[in-house]
Ligand binder design. Structure first.
Ligand code: DX5
Ligand code: ZN
Length: 223
């Protein structure tokens, strides 16, 4: 299981300190939410923030692009030190196809995300081209929202395709993830857990990460 604290819930005045805290927590990934004020009704941060935190979190930087025009951002984020880059299926198949190739050609992990209102079938044509399938479990834009239970069948479907087709992509969940909802997701096949509020709000981030990992592992011993 991979635990990915989301920097969106960290103290924005202390990014370097918060990234170092995430590193010390033992989290495998640090999740970076990039919002452009157009694809979602909020703005977060850009490549320069990723570059600034790069030296402090020494494992995987997982960049989630909630952006209408990601093609202009892939190279800057790659240069800033991203390890994986995820774009959204809602951009449409014609836009997504070249984006996935571009991420791969930059030598980065290839991610594809699906929002709660979007049919998971939109991901099907891309399954053999991705390393990471991100099921959004809230409508993206803000941290601290309530997990949408109706997204659970999408995780199940992603896990079924993975088994049937013998593929290796990770199944990541993002939004409203806490100790209870993470276990629900792990039971149906999620293996990568993004959590902002539920982790960064804790004084002892290391203990919170460890506990989330333990609970999700126990819920799905096979993974
Ligand atoms: C939502 C973002 C999430 C967000 C999750 O728009 O994609 O990554 O940080 O925050 P929590 O865990 O607080 O729901
Ligand atoms: Zn995210």
């Amino acid at each position: 299981m991979i635990i990915a604290p989301s920097l969106l819930a960290a103290n924005f005045g202390r990014f370097a300190h918060e990234a170092a805290r995430a590193h010390r927590s033992g989290a495998e990934w640090l999740h970076l939410d990039i919002m452009d004020g157009n694809f979602v009704p909020n703005i977060s941060f850009g490549p320069e923030v990723v570059r600034a935190v790069r030296p402090y979190f020494k494992r995987i930087l997982d960049v989630h692009l909630m952006c209408s025009n990601p093609e202009i951002l892939l190279e800057p984020f790659a240069r800033a030190g991203a390890n994986t880059m995820t774009v959204h299926a809602e951009l449409g198949a014609d836009v997504v196809t070249p984006l996935l190739w571009k991420i791969k050609s930059l030598g980065k992990g290839v991610g594809l995300a699906v929002n709660p209102p979007t049919n998971v079938a939109e991901l099907k044509p891309f399954l053999d081209k991705i390393d990471l399938l991100l099921v959004m479990t809230v409508n993206p834009g803000f941290g601290g929202q309530v997990f949408i239970e109706e997204c659970i069948p999408k995780i199940q479907q992603a896990a079924a395709w993975k088994r049937e087709l013998g593929l290796k992509y990770r199944i990541e969940v993002d939004g409203g993830i806490n100790e209870t909802t993470a276990v629900e997701c792990a039971r149906v096949g999620a293996d990568t857990f993004v959590a902002g509020t539920a982790l960064f709000s804790k004084r002892n981030l290391g203990a919170a990460v460890k506990r989330l990992r333990h609970l999700t592992q126990r819920a799905a011993p096979g993974i």
